[in-house]
Design a protein around this ligand. Structure first.
Ligand SMILES: [Zn+2]
Length: 257
């Protein structure tokens, strides 16, 4: 029986997803984690983090056509009742290509999104050991323009993308307070949402995040967020992988988590 099913499914799909699993409840919000919206670079070690612009546009049109409701992370975390088919579109690191390729689509479709920014970085220097080419991050002006759309929440991702789990408690607090206050003052906003660099956290990181005034924090985990069970400082998200970004991949991820 399994062989028969295997024969009719595209082989490429078989190894990728637990396609035999039933779709997950629509009551669980889908929290999507994007990084760059950019063309793949042959041989690059960072292609996992590059969703081609045309694929990103297809993802967003899919959400709209199938009745998914985009909320910001803080809207999700402050709502008493989460609607069915809630989706949170998040972007980590604040890459400049998001302004060029994601924002026009999000604006056209009226989709809200949450962007986790670094307060003290101009490019992805933290990836320098993987790739010589540096990717620029959003300018202050671009961030202001995004905020003016009324569709964008800005959250915090640290100063330079250092792993919080490698620091002592005081250092974690300093890292978080400085990045939070810098971004808040720079753009005249309040940042309540935190994304841990590398998705890495432990008890002291959570304690520091609370002390610094964050309301919640997102991690990675690659599973669906279950509001009644998950800790609000360890919210799982679904990685959007640039090497598996077809609409079929996307729709399966959305359905099954
Ligand atoms: Zn990051």
């Amino acid at each position: 029986m399994l062989l028969k099913i295997a024969a009719v499914l595209p082989m490429a799909l078989l190894g990728r997803f637990p396609w035999w699993r039933l779709s997950a409840s629509l009551a669980y919000p889908r929290i999507l984690m994007y990084h760059m919206i950019a063309h793949q670079i042959p041989g690059s070690k960072l292609n996992k983090w590059r969703i081609p612009p045309q694929q990103f546009a297809k993802h967003m049109h899919y959400l709209t056509m199938h009745g998914w409701q985009a909320m910001t992370m803080s809207e999700l975390m402050s709502s008493d009742t989460v609607p069915e088919k809630a989706v949170v579109i998040t972007f980590d690191d604040g890459f400049a290509c998001v302004y060029d390729y994601a924002m026009p689509v999000l604006r056209d479709l009226g989709l809200k999104s949450t962007h986790y920014l670094l307060s003290h970085a101009q490019d992805n220097a933290w990836d320098a050991h993987k790739e010589v080419k540096r990717e620029s991050l959003l300018s202050e002006k671009q961030i202001d323009t995004m905020l003016a759309s009324g569709l964008v929440e800005v959250g915090v991702h640290g100063q330079h993308h250092r792993a919080l789990v490698d620091m002592g408690y005081t250092e974690i607090v300093d890292e978080l307070i400085i990045s939070k206050e810098t971004i808040e003052q720079r753009h005249g906003i309040q940042c309540l949402s935190l994304a841990y660099p590398y998705g890495a956290w432990h008890g002291a990181v959570v304690m520091a995040a609370k002390e610094c005034g964050f309301d919640h924090a997102v991690a990675v985990k690659n599973r669906l967020y279950q509001p009644k069970h998950d800790h609000r400082f360890a919210i799982p998200r679904l990685t959007m992988d640039g090497r598996r970004s077809s609409v079929l991949d996307f729709s399966l991820r959305l359905a099954k988590g």
